[in-house]
Design a binder for this molecule. Structure first.
Ligand SMILES: Cc1cc2nc3c(=O)[nH]c(=O)nc-3n(C[C@H](O)[C@H](O)[C@H](O)COP(=O)(O)OP(=O)(O)OC[C@H]3O[C@@H](n4cnc5c(N)ncnc54)[C@H](O)[C@@H]3O)c2cc1C
Length: 430
């Protein structure tokens, strides 16, 4: 294992990655295995806290290709076989079991404690030959004639270090290092949601294979709670709703959280004998996107590209999926000696198909006129595609599905079409 405090062993790398979360760890693992010299800078010292604990089954193939399945199988992370919805009046749907569309071992996935899961992934990157530096914060990306050529790292003694690389990957999550530096990041006006969440010990678990399910408790007005069982009898419980609703009575997250958990009778019943611990965390504005997600010598992956909404637990899948697709493009670009935006950005097309299907389904979920039951009655041939979205199998052509959706809920404006104008000119050489 690298000593986090040691300086980079070289000043020149093939790929410099900002952020050692799941996206950065996966991308660097794939590239290192293909013989590219990769360095990852992670500002935190692991293990560190992170939200985003429920995986979708379609991550299975990515874990298999990464060689991570043995670690996951050996873990005590609860196994997730299904998802269930509980309506505002407390009626629980039948569980949706992933075996309905997936055969074999890949029909299950895991609920992960992120501090430990992210360590597993970063350790796996190290074991695959990646040079990882923790407590190393990237201050900015270095550009020459509009092309990214490396990164500047903050150092403890105040003297910044520069590391050069042929390709810079922004995997910094919602910190969006490149997005902020180039003024590309903006919030999505049509997906305004806030969230507050915390943890309980001793919340009720369902019997048998349902013990690891994600339960979604819907509340009147379009909000919802997640209920995600984690190791050590811990359950993660969080609310997502309009910011005006969550913070209607005060700006205080603790008060808002207590009030809303208390109001949701079916959820309170599960938590009747549980004890809350730790702080209430939250965010007022979840959704954002960058106007541009690659350039000459650089790409963004995972949450550094965009984050829409946690409703379908797609964040980790999109982080890992974009990491794998971007790694393939970077590999080809490095081998051809062409790291232009056009070459590096070839992964965008397939990825955006997946992002768009998920986005359309998010809009449908929050449309009070839309009903999934009605949709599957009217378009029975689309049930399979709907399930594909729920398990994360979305990086493919889903136009028949999105066309059917459009007949029951108006499609949102194309992604990026109504973004606020940048406040300052975008400086590619910034
Ligand atoms: C409320 C909520 C609930 C969610 N629930 C789910 C869920 O159930 N399932 C799911 O799949 N997803 C969920 N997500 C989304 C999920 O958390 C993210 O999609 C996922 O963590 C993205 O991974 P990443 O590797 O892109 O970024 P991250 O996991 O955020 O990793 C980025 C890393 O970059 C580091 N970093 C940042 N800035 C710098 C810098 N300047 N220099 C060096 N390092 C830096 C950070 O310390 C961090 O370790 C949820 C998100 C929210 C907000």
């Amino acid at each position: 294992m690298n000593n986090p405090s040691t300086a980079p062993t070289n000043s020149n790398y093939d790929v410099a990655v900002i952020g050692g979360g799941p996206g950065g760890a996966a991308l660097s693992t794939f590239l290192s295995r293909n013989g590219h010299r990769c360095i990852v800078f992670e500002q935190a010292r692991y293990p560190r806290y992170h939200i985003g604990e429920s995986l979708v089954p379609h991550t299975y193939g990515i874990f298999e290709r990464l060689g991570m399945l043995p670690q996951l199988r050996a873990s005590d992370f609860p196994v997730k076989h299904s998802v269930r919805f509980v309506s505002p009046d407390g009626k629980a749907s039948l569980p949706f079991y992933f075996t309905e569309t997936i055969q074999g071992d890949g029909a299950r996935t895991w609920q992960v404690e992120r501090s430990r899961f992210d360590c597993l992934m970063l350790d796996h990157a190290r074991a695959s030959g990646v040079e990882v530096h923790e407590e190393a914060s990237v201050e900015k990306v270095l550009f020459e004639s509009g092309r990214a050529v490396g990164v500047q790292i903050a150092s403890k003694n105040g003297v910044p270090a520069e590391v050069r690389a042929k390709v810079v990957v922004d995997a910094s999550g919602h910190a969006c290092v490149i997005g902020r530096q180039l003024n590309l990041r903006c919030s999505l006006p049509e997906l305004r949601k806030a969230t507050v969440w915390s943890y309980f010990r001793g919340g009720k678990r369902l019997p048998g294979i349902d013990a690891g399910e994600t339960t979604m408790f819907l509340i009147p007005g379009g909000g919802w709670f997640w209920y995600i069982p984690l190791p050590d009898d811990v359950v993660s419980v969080g609310l997502v709703a309009d910011p005006e609703y969550v913070f209607s009575q005060s700006d205080d997250m603790e008060t808002a959280y207590r009030r809303e958990v208390g109001r949701c009778a079916a959820l309170s019943e599960r938590l009747a004998t549980a004890e809350r611990f730790g702080p209430v965390r939250g965010s007022r504005h979840l959704a954002y996107v960058n106007r541009q997600t690659c350039g000459d010598g650089w790409v963004m992956i995972g949450d550094a590209r965009a984050f829409l909404d946690p409703i379908y637990s797609s964040g980790l899948f999109l982080a890992l999926g974009s990491a794998e697709l971007a790694a393939q493009c970077i590999d080809e670009a490095l081998k051809s000696g062409d790291v232009s935006a056009a070459r590096l950005g070839r992964f965008e097309g397939p990825l955006m198909k997946g992002v768009e299907s998920v986005r359309r389904l998010i809009h449908a979920f929050y449309d009070p006129q839309f009903s999934f039951m009605e949709f599957t009655k009217r378009f029975p041939e689309q049930r399979r595609a709907l399930i594909d979205c729920l398990v994360g199998d979305v990086i493919k052509d889903m136009s028949a599905f999105t066309n059917a959706l459009a007949q029951m809920t108006p499609p949102p404006p194309p992604l990026g079409s109504n973004l606020p104008k940048p406040s300052a000119p975008v400086a590619a050489g910034a």
